[in-house]
Design a protein. Structure first.
Length: 340
């Protein structure tokens, strides 16, 4: 079925195309009787206005683009919700793309958003997108990094101190008597993971020579990868197994927990204490509620959108870097009876 055009509406209503346009955009310029006649025609024909095409013709848009790192991770869903809340207040809409930690998909969404002439871009990058974002900005499209601190002063960013987050996780494990520690996460070239591992290493160095740390890299931050990593760790001789595990996010931690529960001969937290990262809703609902390093996910998205709006309104505005402090939430996966 062919789509109904504004010309079809004009013919049915017995008015000019310009009059229909005025009814849609400036109804105060048209008599009430004509407005009613045009809306009657719209209802009869099922006409739906194409705002995207209209905005492209005008060289303007109400939309901003958001590229998240992993659509399967509830943390990024909360980030997107925060961005949408702030965008709605500013009269904007958010176009969402999930890179799924793939450089090619990330580039595809940046191309798509540029074609749609978005007003600005929020992005949690897979790799180094500095050159691409600089080119977009020269064309009048500002960008803000989300969940990644900008290394240069060229761009605004909103992030969490992931190095401190890694320290918090390890300091907690050490404080409850754990000495053979393992970090499970990856890929390690993902900046957030690298920072959390760096923080864990700093925590171990401060703890003294009797605490050891092993880094087990996994291909992705998923439940499946956590489950596989834990199964391999627990297949080791008892003396070589860790007594404390820090997972680079809660999905990995939940996979680790699943393996431990299915094995049956190891108790959490008695034999193995487990800390995750992000504090997603599922963390407190796990079969053994999960100790986790909390990030203010919704606030990250909201703040990033507010900064982007400032830069849309004033392109000469100096970039800002906002870094939130992480918070350790203690639950039963590390301390028996803890409720978090």
């Amino acid at each position: 079925m062919e789509s109904v055009s504004i010309r079809d509406v004009a013919t049915t209503a017995g008015v000019s195309v310009g009059t229909v346009s005025n009814v849609l955009n400036h109804p105060d310029k048209v008599s009430p009787a004509t407005v009613e006649r045009v809306h009657t025609a719209i209802d009869e024909l099922g006409f739906v206005r194409n705002d995207a095409a209209r905005q492209l013709r005008a060289g303007a848009s109400r939309a901003v683009g958001l590229v998240i790192l992993d659509g399967a991770n509830p943390f990024f869903s909360d980030v997107a919700r925060g961005a949408e809340t702030a965008a709605e207040r500013a009269g904007r809409v958010v176009l969402l793309g999930n890179s799924d930690q793939q450089v090619e998909r990330e580039a595809h969404y940046l191309d798509l958003f540029e074609q749609h002439r978005v007003l600005g871009i929020l992005i949690s990058p897979v790799g180094d997108v500095t050159a691409r974002l600089a080119r977009l900005r020269r064309r009048g499209t500002p960008a803000v990094l989300v969940d990644r601190r900008a290394d240069l002063t060229d761009f605004s960013s909103v992030s969490v101190d992931d190095v401190r987050g890694g320290q918090l996780a390890v300091e907690h494990l050490v404080s409850i008597g754990r000495r053979r520690l393992v970090v499970v996460g990856g890929p390690l070239d993902l900046q957030q993971v690298a920072d959390r591992v760096a923080g864990a290493r700093e925590g171990v160095r401060a703890a003294g020579p009797d605490v050891t740390l092993e880094v087990v890299e996994v291909p992705g931050l998923t439940v499946e990868h956590g489950r596989a990593a834990a199964a391999a760790l627990m297949a080791r001789p008892a003396a070589e197994r860790p007594d404390g595990v820090f997972a680079a996010n809660d999905l990995v931690a939940m996979g680790v927990l699943q393996s431990l529960v299915m094995l049956g001969d190891l108790r959490v937290p008695d034999d193995v204490a487990l800390v995750g990262y992000d504090d997603i809703d599922f963390a407190r609902a796990a079969v053994v509620p999960l100790t986790s390093v909390r990030q203010p996910s919704g606030l990250i998205g909201q703040t990033a959108m507010e900064i982007l709006q400032e830069e849309i309104d004033d392109p000469t505005r100096e970039p800002r870097r906002v870094v939130f402090a992480p918070e350790l939430v203690v639950r039963a996966s590390t301390v028996t009876g803890a409720s978090g």
